[in-house]
Design a protein around this ligand. Structure first.
Ligand SMILES: NC(=O)c1ccc[n+]([C@@H]2O[C@H](COP(=O)([O-])OP(=O)(O)OC[C@H]3O[C@@H](n4cnc5c(N)ncnc54)[C@H](O)[C@@H]3O)[C@@H](O)[C@H]2O)c1
Length: 328
């Protein structure tokens, strides 16, 4: 049943219980940590993790997990209705490098899958969050301190699908009052989970190689500067954005940034802590993708509107990564 926007916002205000949240694509680099943070805040039983893969025993023990393919509208709708879902967080995607190898799957998952979740958000009055990326920018975008609103002509299928997410989400927000929220993440660096096939994956691999082999052969050239963020900041920021009052949001898609570095700069930071470490360079097809992305992002609107802030700077991230991976 369709409710006018006035009744829909009343229904949201009248709800006082913790939100019940469905996370799709929850077994990826970001999902595991996000589910755990949301469960700490809203209660384990209120956060339903889902993916198209078999979860580990630990994941199954931690709270509810269901199989959910974002391409299957009926399956998603059954979960939304049966589990009384209020918010849907759509993390399922094929990332930049993998997307170039599997274009049709990337189009399907990143666009049709998102369209399914957005339509469900409209039909069942859900808050919906779907991340975008620095990959939504392109070679004609200003590359230093790239603002929220600027030229966006991405040259990867990943970027094209993410522009689609941003525009469709904003359209549904304006036309139907859907509470769509979107963050443009930079490359995310994580200690506990593996990256899923993006262009910035080197920034995680380099730590593992530095500790195990004391050397790393980088698929990007030494001076390829990209915006990056440490996973704990990305997750805290996402939870804070999700719970921000609607009135505080002056836009629906925000840049979020922490720090930028190049392979030679991160290598120097690692070498300060592991003197034997050596880096070599063998740029591959991912170089072209990285060259089309911003070097740094302007995220002042996120900081102003809903208080986005990063705790980790570059040195803090490097220290924490090495400490955590050393323990492993
Ligand atoms: N990791 C980053 O550096 C980064 C940067 C910018 C934006 N993002 C965005 O954040 C989100 C999460 O990224 P991630 O790094 O965790 O990705 P990931 O590749 O690690 O995980 C994606 C998950 O989606 C699942 N999936 C694939 N097909 C599916 C389907 N049909 N139905 C349901 N699930 C499916 C996969 O099994 C996987 O667990 C994505 O939207 C991505 O574009 C990530």
């Amino acid at each position: 049943m369709f409710f006018p926007a006035s009744i829909r916002s009343f229904a949201t205000v009248a709800t006082t219980r913790n939100p019940r949240i469905l996370v799709t694509g929850s077994l990826g680099q970001l999902g595991t940590g996000l589910v755990s943070l949301l469960r700490n805040k809203y209660g384990a039983q209120n956060v339903i993790a889902s993916d198209v893969r078999k979860p580990s025993t630990d994941i199954k023990k931690a709270g509810p997990y269901v199989f959910a393919d974002v391409l299957n509208f009926q399956q998603l709708e059954t979960i939304v209705v049966d589990q009384e879902i209020d918010w849907i967080i759509n993390l399922s995607a094929l990332l930049s490098a993998v997307g170039e190898q599997h274009m049709e799957r990337a189009l399907a998952i990143n666009m049709s899958g998102f369209a399914n979740t957005l339509e469900l958000a409209k039909k069942h009055n859900l808050r919906i969050m779907c991340p975008s990326t620095i990959g939504a920018f392109g070679p004609t975008t200003p590359r230093e301190m790239t603002p929220d609103l600027t030229t966006m002509r991405p040259t990867t299928i990943y970027g094209i699908t993410k522009i689609h997410v941003e525009l469709m989400g904003e359209y549904y927000n304006k036309r139907f009052g859907v509470d769509f929220r979107c963050l443009r993440y930079p490359g995310i660096i994580s200690a506990d989970t593996e990256p899923g096939g993006g262009t910035t994956d080197y920034a995680v691999q380099i730590f593992h190689s530095a500790l195990k082999e004391k050397k790393y052969n980088c698929y990007l050239g030494p001076e390829t500067t990209l915006p990056m963020m440490y996973l704990p900041d990305c997750l805290e920021g996402t939870v804070s954005f999700l719970s921000a009052p609607t009135e505080s949001l002056t836009q629906r898609t925000y840049n979020v940034a922490a720090f930028s570095f190049s392979p030679q700069e991160i290598a120097a930071k690692i070498k300060e802590r592991i003197p034997e470490f050596e880096i070599t360079y063998a740029p591959d097809s991912r170089q072209k993708i990285a060259d089309s992305w911003p070097k740094s992002l302007d995220d002042k609107m996120a900081r102003k509107d809903w208080g986005w802030t990063n705790k980790y700077d570059l040195d803090g991230m490097v220290d924490d990564m090495l400490t955590k991976l050393n323990k492993e």
